[in-house]
Design a protein around this ligand. Structure first.
Ligand SMILES: CC(C)(COP(=O)(O)OP(=O)(O)OC[C@H]1O[C@@H](n2cnc3c(N)ncnc32)[C@H](O)[C@@H]1OP(=O)(O)O)[C@@H](O)C(=O)NCCC(=O)NCCS
Length: 166
């Protein structure tokens, strides 16, 4: 008789060029808002070969359930993509990926982590607010999907100096 089931553990691992198809499929299945443009396997492969990009896969029971792509640029960095598959949302995977990215960035000497988020993207805005991001800009018509243009909010999270020493 089953009397309980533990929630699956989320494991993170660095993504490399061999993960291009998996990461592209993950992003494609998660980023379905009309303002998002698809990323092909070839362009994901280029990002995964770029030494200035930190890409991470989140796995549950060995299955890929989320991904993040971060571009490092001196003491700043930018979240290029964050995606969690629809059937695993609201289980902390997005927060785990962002907090890991913030840790990795701090260790790399980054002081500020930036991102753009579409103004109507309420789930992502709620996640970023709960992860300590604040708005520092507003970019009208930044996202231009097929037949749609929506504004972007530019957000930043300051990475405390003490984390850089950890
Ligand atoms: C945005 C996204 C990455 C969030 O991933 P997630 O794994 O569901 O997020 P988490 O479970 O870690 O959520 C952490 C917190 O964010 C907030 N949040 C996340 N999704 C939310 C939603 N749909 N509504 C309200 N708050 C939400 C909550 O505060 C949540 O904490 P709680 O569950 O304890 O209330 C996911 O919805 C996704 O992949 N969306 C499509 C792609 C996308 O929009 N990416 C961001 C582009 S900038």
């Amino acid at each position: 008789m089953i009397i309980g089931v533990d929630p699956p553990r989320t494991e993170l691992r660095r993504a490399g060029p061999a993960d291009a198809e998996v990461a592209a499929a993950l992003r494609q299945s998660a980023m379905t808002d009309p303002w998002e443009r698809p990323w092909g396997v070839a362009s994901v492969g280029l990002l995964l070969r770029d030494p200035g990009v930190l890409a991470t896969l989140a796995l549950q029971d060995a299955a890929p359930v989320g991904t993040s792509f971060i571009r490092l640029a001196g003491d700043e960095a930018e979240v290029l993509a964050l995606a969690v598959v629809p059937d695993r949302r609201r289980r902390g995977i997005g927060r785990t990926l962002i907090d890991a990215a913030a840790r990795d960035c701090a260790l790399a000497g980054v002081a500020r982590l930036f991102l753009e988020v579409a103004e109507p993207n309420a789930p992502a805005r709620a996640l970023y607010a709960s992860c300590g991001f604040r708005q520092v800009g507003h970019r009208p018509g930044y996202y231009r999907g097929i037949g749609v243009a929506v504004d972007a909010l530019l957000l930043v999270r300051d990475l405390p100096a003490d984390r850089k020493r950890q």
